[in-house]
Design a protein around this ligand. Structure first.
Ligand SMILES: [Zn+2]
Length: 220
């Protein structure tokens, strides 16, 4: 009867459909898609074989679907080496971020002042220095901050030639050196003129654009 009366008086309203229930906003925020980094493999001239490098079951880099803590992208070549900084060991870093020297972005702000010694020393990928250069020299920074590290027993002086750092090529017990007389000669020279190949306590370096090899003894 009421509906009839409403219709008669012209005040009947068509019932509005109930509004769809909105989910509680805190629970259902859409997750933004994580951009793919595309497994970029930038070339490191002072460590050209870093993606293939594997010693005692440890790879310097491993292909990973994880997300880099620096660039926030997934599908990366994850760096497995030691980073000398104040951040947790499990921090995930990709090859491209090392190459573009972006790791300092994660370092706390008080270590980040521009152009200061603190910024240049915010992190290092090596427990070593290039004694020939001032620590501010761009080549020293490239070795320290933009060249992937490798396992060593002791800090050493990174070898140079003609004012340029040499490239790390591997250890003194690798089969490949049998066919490289320059490498065998460099090991012999580092050992006081006596043959020492094969020996795992030698680090082999080579000119980036030349045939010269140098060996550094890294005793256990
Ligand atoms: Zn990254």
């Amino acid at each position: 009867m009421i509906r009839w009366l409403q219709r008669f008086l012209g005040i009947e309203r068509t019932p509005t459909p109930p509004a769809p229930k909105e989910p509680p906003s805190s629970t259902y925020k859409p997750i933004p898609p994580i951009e793919s980094q595309g497994f970029a493999k930038p070339h490191f001239r002072f460590f050209p074989g870093c993606y293939e490098a594997e010693w005692h079951g440890h790879n310097v880099f491993s292909k990973s679907s994880e997300t880099c803590d620096v660039c926030g992208k997934r599908d990366i070549w994850r760096y497995n080496g030691t980073i000398y900084w104040t951040l947790p060991e499990e921090t995930i870093v990709c090859a491209q971020c090392i190459f573009e020297e972006r790791l300092a972005a994660l370092v706390p702000e008080d270590q980040q002042a521009d152009n200061s010694e603190a910024r240049l020393h915010a992190y290092s990928l090596h427990d070593t220095e290039v004694d020939e250069f001032d620590w501010r020299d761009p080549l020293a920074v490239e070795v320290r901050s933009r060249t992937p590290g490798f396992p060593i027993f002791n800090p050493f002086n990174w070898p140079t030639s003609g004012g340029v750092p040499l490239a790390f090529m591997g250890y003194g017990d690798e089969e490949k050196w049998k066919a490289v007389p320059e490498a065998l000669a460099a090991m012999k020279e580092a050992n006081g003129g006596e043959d020492i190949f094969p020996c795992p306590y030698l680090l082999l370096f080579k000119e980036v654009d030349g045939p010269l090899f140098k060996a550094v003894i890294d005793p256990d």
